[in-house]
Design a protein around this ligand. Structure first.
Ligand code: PLP
Length: 419
């Protein structure tokens, strides 16, 4: 049989299961989104068959005239979207974009300063088990324990003391604006290259809903699949850095860390960037932020603590450190009620990263499927109902879980993703 169900029933069942899960569950994982049918169609195209090592016009293979068009479109649109004069659209993912920046701009053993992973940074910004933490001397900066906000004075003190080669801005779990100008000033004082990994907020930046790091940073990396809502992938951007600097970045991606680029994904990036250049994308991103603010307000009214006291972007971190249950317990209970979130360390978390005392939630995915403020307030209320029942611990959880699961299913039915 040539159908997937006939040829590979086990995989077909998994795929059907995942389709249903994405339709029926409220997706609050802050790094996820639903790519458009056009983006997915282009990814699922003959571009996947083509080898195109090199860059448009300078390939190591022949037959690249059509994939060159796709890559040039992706590059030009990325530059227009973020207001910059350099874009590399080849990194397979965010981690590869970051690996290329390390390779291009630092030597193994160099000091690199990034946001403390336990306080909102990313694995590739210096986790000891990641290449970044293994090959570079990582010096973290973090949050003011009182306010949950980035402590820039402390960042400056550490930078002047340790003189890092790179200063990394960017995060996976920080709900406020970052002061890019202040960070650039600190980098300049310390003699560091200022690199921003805007993976989480790239869509907001493209729409003007979050400060654009490009006027300040020497180099910017991003994923393309979070708020930006494209295919899974990475990009590297820069503005005004000159040809030598950009050539270093290009050769770090290929041949530095990658072989043949994923031309089907690059073509899908071109489609996603075109989508992001439309006015509707601004409306969407504005709604993402409004929805996140509305959810934070409900949570706070119900007595839940949001790290830093609220949100200015698409995500927030719920601090459960005073609760009798863990972030892992909360994640599991919500999952049973068909609300998908993720456990996340909170600043100064006494628990391990596998258990945690926090929960990260975000609004990019639910906003894509059409949830507005009213739906997000409802959802936040149900989330609180589940956590309240978890805390009560008296058998009420099963009843609340079943009720919420039904309510989530009904809300999701009214806002289909692809069906
Ligand atoms: N950078 C940041 C800030 C992220 O949050 C992530 C993903 O979670 C990445 C990089 C890595 O992206 P990818 O999973 O595409 O490798």
């Amino acid at each position: 049989s040539t159908t997937l169900a006939g040829f590979d029933p086990a995989l077909a069942a998994a795929l059907r299961g995942e389709e249903s899960r994405q339709e029926d569950h409220a997706e609050l994982i802050a790094s996820e989104n639903y790519a458009s049918p056009l983006v997915m169609a282009v990814q699922n195209s003959v571009f996947t068959n083509k080898y195109a090592e090199g860059y448009p016009g300078k390939r190591y293979y022949s037959g690249c005239e059509h994939v060159d068009v796709a890559e040039r479109l992706a590059i030009e649109r990325a530059k227009a979207l973020f207001g910059c004069d350099y874009a590399n659209v080849q990194p397979h993912a965010g981690a590869q974009a970051n690996a290329a920046v390390f390779l291009a701009l630092a030597e193994p053993g160099d000091t690199v300063m990034g946001m403390n992973l336990a306080q909102g940074g990313h694995l590739t910004h210096g986790n000891p088990s990641n290449f970044s933490g293994r090959h570079y001397r990582i010096v973290p900066y973090g949050l003011d324990p009182e306010t949950g906000l980035i402590d820039y004075d402390e960042m400056e003190r550490i930078a002047l003391e340790t003189r890092p080669k790179l200063l990394i801005g960017g995060f996976s779990a920080y709900s406020r604006h970052k002061d890019w100008a202040r960070m650039r000033a600190i980098a300049d004082k310390a003699g560091a290259i200022f690199w921003v990994d805007m993976a989480h907020v790239a869509g907001l930046v493209a729409a003007g809903e979050y400060p654009n790091p490009l006027p300040h940073a020497h180099v910017v990396t991003s994923t393309t699949h979070k708020t930006l809502r494209g295919p899974r992938g990475g990009i590297i951007l820069a503005q005004g850095q000159g040809a030598d600097f950009c050539r270093k970045l290009d050769s770090a991606v290929f041949p530095g860390i990658q072989g043949g680029p994923l031309m089907h994904v690059i073509a899908a990036k071109a489609v996603a960037f075109k989508e992001a250049l439309r006015p509707e994308f601004k409306t969407y991103q504005r709604q993402v932020v409004a929805n996140a603010r509305a959810m934070a307000a409900v949570l706070q009214r119900r007595g839940y603590k949001i790290v830093s006291g609220g949100t200015d972007n698409h995500l927030m971190l719920i601090d459960l450190s005073t609760k009798p249950y863990t972030g892992k317990d909360a994640d599991a209970a919500l999952g049973d009620a068909h609300i998908t979130a993720n456990k996340n360390s909170v600043p100064n978390d006494p628990r391990s990263p596998f258990v945690t005392s926090g929960l990260r939630i975000g609004t990019p995915a639910v906003t894509t499927r059409g949830f507005g403020v009213a739906e997000c307030e409802q959802l936040a209320g149900w989330l609180c109902d589940v956590l309240d029942a978890l805390e009560a611990g008296d058998g009420a959880l099963a009843v609340v879980r079943d009720r919420v699961r039904g309510q989530v299913a009904e809300l999701c039915r009214r806002h289909p993703v692809y069906r």
